[in-house]
Design a protein around this ligand. Structure first.
Ligand code: CO8
Length: 258
C-alpha cells in the first residue's frame, strides 16, 4: 500500500506516525530515506486531517547517522553538484508540528534529524552526539547550528570536537530534549503529546510554531513584533471564537481547524 521502502507511515486519528525502518543499518540515513521521509512528511503536511507528525526509529536506534557507506566514495563535486542532504531542510519548513521520539542512538545525522523536529522526547536509553569528527567530517544537516542553539557553545563545541556522546539525562539537563521517559513508554507518550497538539486548532498551532521558530531567526524586538501580528491574526479564526466561547460557557471547545 505504501510507496516507501525505508519508512512506515501510519495514521492514528489526527496524528501521523513515521517510523524509520532500516533495522540492519541502525536506520542509517541514506538518500532514499531522506527522499522518502521528506515526501511522506510533505504529503501529510498538506492534509488538513493531520494535526501532528511523530517521527521515530527502533528501540536500539532512532538513527545511527548519515549512511557512511553511501558517503564514503563521494568526492567534492558529487557532493556539491547534488547539493547532498539539502532536501532535509524541507523537513524544517513543514507547517504541521512534529515530534521526534528518540530511543537508542541519535548520532550524527540522527541527532540532526531529531533536532529538525519541533518537540524532542527521549527514552532513558537515548544517546545523542555529533561524532562526525571521528570520521574526518563535520555535521552536514545543521548539527553545528541547531545543537549550539539548543545546548550552548561550550557543550556543542565539546561534542562536535571530541565526538563524545551524551545520555538522555545529560541531554535533558542541557535543554536538548523536552522530557525523558522510560523506554517502554516513549511511543505512547509521544503519541499522547501528538494527539493533544492535533486536537488544538490546526491554523493556530501552525502560528504558534511559526512564532517560536521565529525566535531562532531574528532579534527579540522583531520577534515580538512578529508574534504580536500573529496574535492579532488569530482573532480572524473561527477557532478563536469557539475556544473563548467554550471557556465562557464552561464546556470543551469544538475546534473546526479554521
Ligand atoms: N552508516 C552506515 N551504516 C551504519 C551506520 C551509519 N551511520 N551506523 C551503523 N551502521 C551499520 C553498521 O555498519 C552495521 O552494518 P553491518 O552489519 O553490515 O556491518 C550495522 O549498522 C550495525 O551496526 P554495528 O554493528 O556497528 O552496531 P553496534 O551496536 O556495534 O554499534 C554504533 C552501534 C555505536 C551506533 C555504531 O554503529 C556506530 O558508531 N555507527 C556510526 C555512528 C556515526 O559515526 N554516525 C555519524 C555518521 S556521519 C553523519 O551522520 C553526518 C555526516 C554529515 C555529512 C554531511 C555531508 C553534506
Amino acid at each position: 500500500e505504501t510507496p516507501y521502502e525505508t519508512i512506515l507511515v501510519e495514521r492514528k486519528g489526527r496524528t501521523a506516525l513515521l517510523t524509520l525502518n532500516r533495522p540492519k543499518a541502525l536506520n542509517a540515513l541514506n538518500l532514499q530515506v531522506m527522499h522518502e521521509i521528506v515526501a511522506a512528511a510533505e504529503e501529510l503536511d498538506r492534509d488538513p486531517e493531520v494535526g501532528c507528525i511523530v517521527l521515530t526509529g527502533s528501540d536500539k536506534a532512532f538513527a545511527a547517522g548519515a549512511d557512511i557507506k553511501e558517503m564514503h566514495p563521494q568526492d567534492y563535486m558529487d557532493m556539491y553538484l547534488s547539493d547532498w542532504f539539502s532536501a532535509w531542510d524541507r523537513l524544517g519548513r513543514l507547517r504541521t508540528p512534529t515530534i521526534a521520539a528518540v530511543s537508542g542512538y541519535a548520532l550524527g545525522g540522527g541527532c540532526e534529524l531529531a533536532m529538525l523536529c519541533d518537540i524532542l522526547l527521549a527514552a532513558d536509553t537515548a544517546v545523542f552526539g555529533q561524532p562526525e569528527i571521528k570520521l574526518g567530517v563535520i555535521p552536514g544537516i545543521g548539527g553545528s547550528q541547531r545543537l549550539t542553539r539548543a545546548v550552548g557553545k561550550a557543550k556543542a563545541m565539546e561534542l562536535c570536537l571530541t565526538g563524545r556522546t551524551m545520555d538522555a539525562a545529560e541531554a535533558e539537563r542541557a535543554g536538548l530534549v523536552s522530557r525523558v521517559v522510560p523506554a517502554e513508554q516513549l511511543l505512547g507518550e509521544a503519541l499522547a503529546v501528538a494527539e493533544t497538539v492535533a486536537e488544538m486548532s490546526r491554523p493556530v498551532a501552525m502560528m504558534a510554531k511559526e512564532a517560536v521558530d521565529r525566535a531562532f531567526e531574528t532579534t527579540l524586538a522583531e520577534g515580538v513584533r512578529f508574534e504580536r501580528r500573529l496574535f492579532h491574526a488569530v482573532f480572524a479564526t473561527a477557532d478563536q471564537k469557539e475556544g473563548m466561547a467554550a471557556f465562557v460557557d464552561k464546556r470543551p471547545p469544538a475546534f473546526t481547524h479554521r
